[in-house]
Design a protein around this ligand. Structure first.
Ligand SMILES: Nc1ncnc2c1ncn2[C@@H]1O[C@H](COP(=O)(O)OP(=O)(O)OP(=O)(O)O)[C@@H](O)[C@H]1O
Ligand SMILES: Nc1nc2c(ncn2[C@@H]2O[C@H](COP(=O)(O)O)[C@@H](O)[C@H]2O)c(=O)[nH]1
Length: 216
């Protein structure tokens, strides 16, 4: 991973950003992530996370995630390649997720987009500096979000409703107001309507991101 700074320049003036989509399960992180990456004008490069979770139908290695075994995760850890890691006791055992130093981030080249959690923000800031990490916290009213989660699950080959319930309940603690405050997440973006949500995020990105930084 390289962060190229010329003498006298601060990260704020010269570098791209790491925009982090976060939100409770079903808040639309994957949907928003895909739409933002496809929006070429924003110039965002995707940072693909690593996970030990088994891959779901329609997921492709290297697109949604890099799918790795426990042993491969341990090897990455051992090699000091893991920037931040979270693990969850799911209905199917422990699943791990991580951002890995695999050489894919170069802030001198532009801005990046990833999916994160409140706890992940700390590790990302420690690695890239607080100014580089911009949280985009999605919010959807609980009832609507749960309906979206259940509808999405019902379309899967083997719906896993217990895991849906676990995530819904776990998120209450993981995204508690105090946790968000500690991680400096003070603003939220409504994803009731996707179009409005994307427009608001595009505004934030244009204001904070690499594309808007005056040159010369
Ligand atoms: N603004 C929206 N309006 C209607 N449906 C939406 C909207 N945003 C997302 N959805 C739908 O809601 C469901 C959940 O969205 P998505 O999978 O993107 O959430 P997520 O936050 O990535 O969830 P998880 O953390 O559980 O993976 C999907 O079926 C998606 O198509
Ligand atoms: N706060 C929590 N985040 C969780 C939990 N289980 C998974 N996750 C995070 O969600 C996203 C997406 O996961 P996916 O398996 O649907 O692709 C990922 O960033 C995980 O870190 C949890 O129990 N609590």
């Amino acid at each position: 991973m390289s962060c190229v700074l010329k003498s006298g320049e601060t990260p704020h003036e010269t570098m791209g950003r790491l925009f982090c989509v976060l939100g409770k399960s079903g808040s639309g992180k994957d949907t928003v992530f895909r739409a933002l990456v496809q929006e070429r004008a924003l110039g965002l490069r995707p940072v693909v996370g690593y996970t030990t979770r088994p891959h779901r139908e329609f997921e492709t290695e290297g697109v949604e995630y890099h799918f790795r075994s426990e042993a491969e995760f341990a090897a990455l850890r051992e090699a000091g390649k893991i920037i931040e890691e979270r693990s969850y006791r799911t209905m199917h055992g422990v699943w791990r997720y991580a951002t890995v130093d695999d050489g894919s981030i170069d802030f001198s080249a532009g801005s990046y987009l990833t999916i994160a959690t409140p706890e992940a923000l700390g590790g990302l800031r420690a690695r890239f500096g607080p100014a580089a990490v911009v949280p985009l916290y999605l919010e959807v009213e609980d009832g609507l979000r749960l309906r979206r989660m259940i509808r999405r699950e019902s379309r899967r080959e083997a719906p896993d409703y217990p895991e849906v319930c676990r995530r819904f309940l776990a998120d209450e603690q993981d995204f508690a107001r105090e946790v968000l405050r500690q991680q400096g997440v003070t603003a939220s973006i409504s994803n009731r309507r996707l179009r409005d949500c994307l427009a608001q995020i595009a505004g934030i990105i244009r204001q904070a991101g690499f594309a808007e930084i005056p040159r010369g």
